[in-house]
Design a protein around this ligand. Sequence first.
Ligand SMILES: Nc1ncnc2c1ncn2[C@@H]1O[C@H](COP(=O)(O)OP(=O)(O)OP(=O)(O)O)[C@@H](O)[C@H]1O
Ligand SMILES: [Mg+2]
Length: 273
Amino acid sequence: MTQPTLVEIRQLGVRFTKRDRHTTVFESLSLDIREGEILCLVGESGSGKSVAAKSIMQLLPQPAAEYTQGQIRFGGRDLLTLSEKEMEAIRGKRIAMIFQDALSALNPVYTIGTQMIDLIRLHAPSRTGRKQALAQAKDLLKQVEIRNVDEVVKQYPFQLSGGMRQRVMIAMALSSRPELLLADEPTTALDVTVQAQILRLILKLKREYGMTVLFITHDLGVVHEVADRVIVMRSGELVEESDKAELFRNPKHPYTRQLLGSMPRIYFEEARP
Ligand SMILES: Nc1ncnc2c1ncn2[C@@H]1O[C@H](COP(=O)(O)OP(=O)(O)OP(=O)(O)O)[C@@H](O)[C@H]1O
Ligand SMILES: [Mg+2]
C-alpha cells in the first residue's frame, strides 16, 4: 500500500538570473515525498538536489531565483503562494533542514545551550522559562545520543567535533517536532565511522518521531543504508524513481547503471531476493 503524499512537487520551474542571463535549473520537475518515508535524492554535482530542497523551504536567494511555474503542495497548500509570514510558520517548524556544514549553521558566539534555549522558546506555544527550555534542550541532546549534555550546553560550536556539531544541529531541527526533515548531505563532511553513527541516528529518529525525511546525497552507499525510496536526478531532471531494493536490483536508466557501476559488489548481492 502506498502511503499518503506529504509533499507534491508539480511541474516546478526554477531559474537563476544574473546580469540578465538566465540559468534554468528545473524546466518542469515533479516528485512526491510520501508520509513516513526516507526518500533519497541522488545525482551528480549541480543536478539540482539542493535547489529542490531549498525550494521546499523557500530559501532560494531572492530576487536571483525565480519560480517560473508549478506548485509545491504541503499540508493542503501551495508553498509558492504563501507570504513570507505564512512561510515562517512552516520553515524551521513543520519543515526543518540540516546541512553538510553544521559549523556555519550554528552561531559561533553563543554556547550550544543559549542557542537551543532561544530556539526552543521561539517555538514554544506559551512563554517557556529559560530553565524549562534548558531542560528541554538537554533532553533533545540526549535523544541525539550525546552523553555529556551538561558539558555540551556550556560549549561553543568550535569546541565540538564535526560529528557532535551535526548531532547538535539535528537536535535543533527536532526541537519543533517537524513533520518533514530535509537533510542535505548531512554526513558528507564526516569520517566513515561517524557517518555511520549519524545515519543510524537519523533512522532511529525517523522511527521514533514518525518523521518523513528527504535525504540528499551523492553517495550510493548512504542510499543503501537509509533509503526507502530513491529518486535519481541529472541536470535538473528526474531520470529514475524506485524502491531501494528495486533500484539496486534492476536499475532502468543508463545513468543509474553508470552510478551503480562505481559501487562495491556487496550492495548488489544483498539486494538480491
Ligand atoms: N545561488 C545560485 N545562483 C546561481 N545559480 C545557482 C545558485 N544555486 C544553485 N545554482 C545552480 O543551480 C544548479 C543546481 O545546483 P544545486 O546546488 O542544486 O546542485 P546539487 O545537486 O545540490 O549539487 P552538489 O552535489 O554539488 O551539492 C547548478 O547549476 C548551480 O550552478
Ligand atoms: Mg547540493
